[in-house]
Design a protein around this ligand. Structure first.
Ligand code: GLA
Length: 395
């Protein structure tokens, strides 16, 4: 490659570089998609959610971004090419809504797509046209800035279709460049479902990058996403995070124990925590889980070290995450039966031939605290219900 081409490419990359200070720990908030999908979204839902984020204590626990996902848009762009909000769903418009969100001490997020179509146009028959940001990147960022947007979810949605010539990472780099020039800091959350190993390239541009296809509210889906995170830990850290998708805590399909393990796994993975349930009518149990200080402290540990599975004995997994002042060991029972340190567990461990696993268990912290109950817990006394996870935090 000639020297001046290299210089130009480097300069272009530099102009797209993100501000890492925007996401020192995994972003936390709420996103409309998992619960309201395309056709349940409205101003009423968003305002009610903003109020609930405050009233539930979630905002004060760290859930700061309120992100409106796909289907907020009018059916077509305006005469000058600008995106407009759907007037039936959002009668007061996005600028007003952004002010309402900010007035509650929250930050405002919106969804866009880099090609010609959004995913709901493709998969949910949202009857709109040309909502994609292809060729409109600067204009769309100006629109976001005018509305006071703080966070952009930018979702691939077959952006290479329709003759755009887009590919990864270029499609995302174009938006990152427009954002870097904006007079307002905007967190960039990108999504291409983990197809092109975004962990290898997205850290230059984005604060979080999806590593998987979409989650659904089932234990099977949660386990499938978790299993695809192995080996990705070294790509995450303060400023940029692997994103195994949003939370299904509080949505039908997971038992209370499964929902707790789901949140604990996301905390161990240093994954973004975007709640995806109806906050206006969640149970006290769901609220207590989502605001559980011990779990959130693991998630938001300033060291930003993503944890991982270090050993597996049949259906029992051992996880470990380093923290600024110690570490957490996780025991995850993936089976449909109880496991018990005093019986099955001990024989499992005695049988284990895995050296790394034995070392992980030997490292179970003395005087550790059970993160969920806050009580002192010994490595020798655990007992796990089907699909239960136990976190032990120690120095
Ligand atoms: C894709 C994304 C989802 C959601 C929808 C919206 O499927 O992965 O998270 O944003 O699009 O249409």
């Amino acid at each position: 490659m000639p020297f001046d081409t290299v210089v130009t490419e480097t300069a272009l990359k530099e102009t797209a570089r993100k501000d890492s200070a925007l996401a020192p720990t995994p972003p936390m908030g709420w996103n409309s998609w998992n619960r309201f999908r395309c056709y349940g979204l409205s101003e009423e839902v968003v305002l009610g959610t903003a109020d609930a984020l405050v009233a539930s204590g979630m905002r004060d626990a760290g859930y700061e971004y309120l992100v409106i996902d796909d289907c907020w848009q009018a059916m077509a762009r305006g005469a000058d090419g600008s995106l407009l909000s759907n007037p039936e769903r959002f009668p007061h418009g996005m600028k007003w809504l952004g002010e309402q969100i900010h007035a509650r001490g929250l930050k405002f997020g919106l969804y866009l797509a880099p090609g010609r179509q959004t995913c709901a146009m493709l998969y949910d028959s949202y009857p709109a046209r040309e909502l994609g940001s292809f060729g409109n990147e600067e204009l769309d960022v100006a629109t976001l800035v005018g509305w006071g947007v703080d966070y952009l979810k930018y979702d691939w949605c077959q952006a290479d279709a329709g003759g755009t010539g887009l590919s990864y990472p270029g499609a995302f780099e174009r938006m990152a460049r427009a954002l870097a020039a904006a007079p307002r800091p905007i967190v960039l959350s990108i999504s291409e479902y983990g197809k092109s190993k975004p962990w290898e390239w997205a850290g230059d541009y984005a604060h979080l990058w999806r590593t998987t296809s979409d989650i659904n509210a089932s234990w099977r889906s949660v386990m499938r996403l978790v299993d695809s995170q192995h080996g990705l830990a070294r790509f995450a850290g303060p400023g940029g995070w692997n994103d195994p998708d949003m939370l299904e805590v509080g949505n039908d399909g997971l038992t209370p124990v499964e929902a707790r393990s789901h949140l604990m796994l996301w905390a161990m993975l240093a994954a973004p925590l975007m709640a995806g349930n109806d906050l206006r009518e969640m149970s006290a149990e769901t609220r207590e889980l989502l605001t559980h200080r011990g779990i959130l402290d693991v998630s938001q540990d300033a060291l930003g070290w993503q944890g991982e599975r270090v050993a597996r004995f049949g259906q029992l997994e051992i996880w470990r995450r380093e923290l600024g002042d110690g570490h957490v060991i996780g025991l995850l029972n993936r089976s449909r039966a109880w496991v018990d340190a005093a019986s099955d567990g001990v024989s499992l461990l005695a049988d284990a031939r895995d050296g790394a696993g034995m070392r992980a268990l030997a490292a179970l912290p003395e005087g550790a605290v059970d993160v969920w109950t806050g009580a002192a817990a010994s490595a020798a006394s655990w007992r796990l219900a089907p699909h239960e996870m136990l976190l032990l935090r120690g120095r």
